[in-house]
Design a protein around this ligand. Structure first.
Ligand code: OSB
Ligand code: MG
Length: 364
């Protein structure tokens, strides 16, 4: 595409509080942001890796390296999103970095064709239903306090991060306090099949699902676990493509998919997963990685796709950040976020704010 300039930025957003999962603590939100200028306008994409390779193998700086070496040249050369994805498919892994460039091209497409992103991805909902992902807390009491606060703010369900030793007592405490509230758990691969007994204890608490209990590379043991527990299994880390969904579903490894477009390398593959889920009657919802307003814009839109039947991990800007990089921050009303009917992102990027939180920048 004919970009006059492409910026690759390391952006560091302070978090209101650290976010703790079984894989580690996220202290600050380090993001790789691409901005490409065309006909005087900027278009954006974001890679949602963390500072450390905790969720997958990618890191903020490995993504910046991948973006500089492979995404920037592909953005310049490709004449279409298909061509960009074709180029990316020759490289292994790095879905979060690949998605940053692809998101940017969807931003271009939306603005140039004057079509809202929701129409481009085939979204048929007006709102993204918001759930909240609650990090591991010091004590069950503290967790109950947190859930209570988020519930009052309007989030339609709470997802509780768990790990061995911080599971049954924590979930029990929340369930006792809120007998009717929609609850689920996310283990981020913290258990092994041998731990099935611990996970069986969770069956008592009427969780909508348990997300990624076992290894990030596994589907086989998840299928075995599915025979041992009653709670539905949802896969996150193990799913990188529509093909992965097919295999997991065929062997009975999951009933639900946490669909993260960035983990699938972008919106095109996310649309394929959406279609597959719809055809096979598999339920899905959109997951998140503490995105800035740029990444969240794409997650909000994806939350409107037809296969989405559960609340999503999409949240208003103020959930994690004091200040977001959008001119109008993402807002939640009555537990949901309006999916924009206008072309472009949720709102324009505030370049002053973006600049203020940029710690490094390269311009091509
Ligand atoms: O497992 O879904 C996950 C955050 C970073 C990496 C992985 C995950 C998460 C979350 C938070 O659960 C989701 C969000 O609120 O953006
Ligand atoms: Mg998860």
């Amino acid at each position: 595409m004919n970009f006059s300039e492409i910026e690759v930025r390391h952006v560091e957003l302070p978090l209101k509080e650290p976010f703790k999962t079984s894989f580690g603590i996220i202290q600050k939100r380090n993001l790789a942001v691409i901005a490409a200028k065309k006909d005087g306008k900027y278009f954006y994409g974001e890679a949602s890796a963390q500072f450390a390779p905790l969720y997958n193998h990618e890191t903020t700086t490995s993504d910046i390296d991948f973006i500089v070496k492979f995404v920037v040249p592909a953005l310049k050369e490709a004449e279409s999103i298909e061509e960009y994805n074709q180029k990316m498919s020759t490289y292994r892994g790095n879905p979060l970095a690949k998605a940053a460039g692809e998101f940017l091209l969807y931003h271009v497409k939306s603005v140039e064709e004057q079509k809202p992103l929701k129409e481009i991805v085939g979204a048929n909902k007006e709102y993204a239903e918001c759930g909240v992902s609650v990090g591991i807390q010091e004590s069950p009491t503290k967790l109950v306090e947190k859930v209570s606060k988020y519930k009052q703010e309007g989030f339609g369900r709470a997802k509780i991060k768990i790990k061995p030793g911080k599971d049954v007592e924590y979930i029990k405490a929340v369930r006792e306090e809120f007998p009717e509230y929609e609850l689920m758990a996310d283990a981020n691969s913290a258990y092994r099949l041998e731990d099935a007994e611990i996970l069986q204890h969770l069956d008592k608490f009427d969780l909508t699902m348990i997300e990624q209990p076992l290894s990030h590379r596994d589907i086989i043991d998840h299928a075995k676990l599915a025979d041992k527990i009653e709670t539905s299994i949802c896969l996150d880390e193990s799913i990188r493509s529509a093909e992965d969904v097919r295999k997991a579903a065929e062997i009975g490894a999951c009933e639900v998919i946490n669909l993260k477009p960035q983990r699938a390398g972008g919106l095109k593959e996310a649309m394929k997963i959406d279609r597959y889920c719809r055809e096979k009657g598999i339920s899905a919802w959109i997951g998140g990685h503490l995105e800035s307003g740029i990444g969240a814009s794409f997650a909000v839109v994806a939350s409107g796709m037809p296969s989405i039947t559960f609340s999503n991990d999409v949240a208003p800007s103020q959930r994690y950040f004091y200040e977001d990089v959008l001119k109008e921050e993402i807002e939640m009303n009555g537990g949901r976020i309006k999916i924009p009917e206008e072309p472009g992102l949720y709102s324009e990027v505030d370049r002053e704010v973006l600049e203020r939180y940029t710690t490094e920048k390269e311009v091509f």
